[in-house]
Design a protein around this ligand. Structure first.
Ligand code: SAM
Length: 203
């Protein structure tokens, strides 16, 4: 499906959302979100990760859950109002760190063995999605995992630059020499895909 070309949503957009409602997507109370989070955690359940990156902290409901399978977790978001809630929620978790950062304009300098992109990719325009993909790959160590989870329904009220399917299909279109697809699930309203970073081949 071709959507009209739109720009990446800016920090102002998210500041306004969180100013109106501290939990605009009802992450704390929604049964749908709770089930999606359970599926997200289940997709990672066979692993303990050394150093994980979550892109899109929001108010930290998923961050708090991701802390368990991660020895170290860095969570980044472009919106300070949201991230302050996450910092308060996770204050007892010494393995979780936060940074205010908008991808792909900025990216952490570290290497990760897990990157989680949950309900964020469709806020990018196509060009920024492609830049973000390259950064995610550059900072994912060989054997590391990338988990994508995104809402898929599309209707007249949908205003994001990309659809969830476009985000997932863009990662699936990358060469299998870079990313191996390990698992794909499609629920009624979201899609989940797990990938493994393949080692660079020396020539
Ligand atoms: C719908 S929430 C998703 C929260 C969480 N990942 C989850 O699945 O529960 C999207 C979050 O992504 C953040 N965000 C949007 N664009 C971003 C960007 N370019 N870089 C970092 N964070 C971004 C927003 O501020 C918002 O808090």
């Amino acid at each position: 499906m071709d959507l009209p070309l739109k720009q990446t949503l800016t920090p102002d957009y998210f500041d306004a959302l969180y100013s109106l409602d501290p939990d605009p997507w009802k992450f704390e109370t929604s049964e749908y979100e709770a089930q999606k989070y359970a599926a997200t955690l289940a997709a990672l359940s066979k692993h303990q990760y050394r150093s994980a990156l979550e892109i899109g902290t929001s108010i930290g409901v998923l961050t708090e859950m991701l802390a368990a399978p991660c020895t170290s977790l860095l969570s980044i978001d472009v919106c300070e109002i949201a991230q302050q809630q996450a910092i308060a929620r996770c204050r007892s978790l010494s393995n979780v760190r936060f940074q205010l950062m908008g991808v792909p304009d900025a990216y952490p300098s570290e290497q990760f063995d897990l990157t989680v992109l949950s309900e964020v990719g469709y806020y990018w325009c196509r060009e920024d999605l492609e830049k973000a993909q390259q950064l995610i790959l550059q900072h994912l160590e060989p054997g590391g995992h990338l988990l994508l989870v995104h809402w898929t329904p599309y209707d007249d009220d949908y205003h994001n630059p990309l659809s969830g399917d476009q985000v997932h299909d863009s990662f699936l279109a990358l060469p299998t020499s870079q990313l191996k697809h390990l698992k794909g699930d499609r629920a009624e309203k979201y899609r989940l895909d797990l990938f493994e970073r393949m080692p660079e081949k020396s020539v």
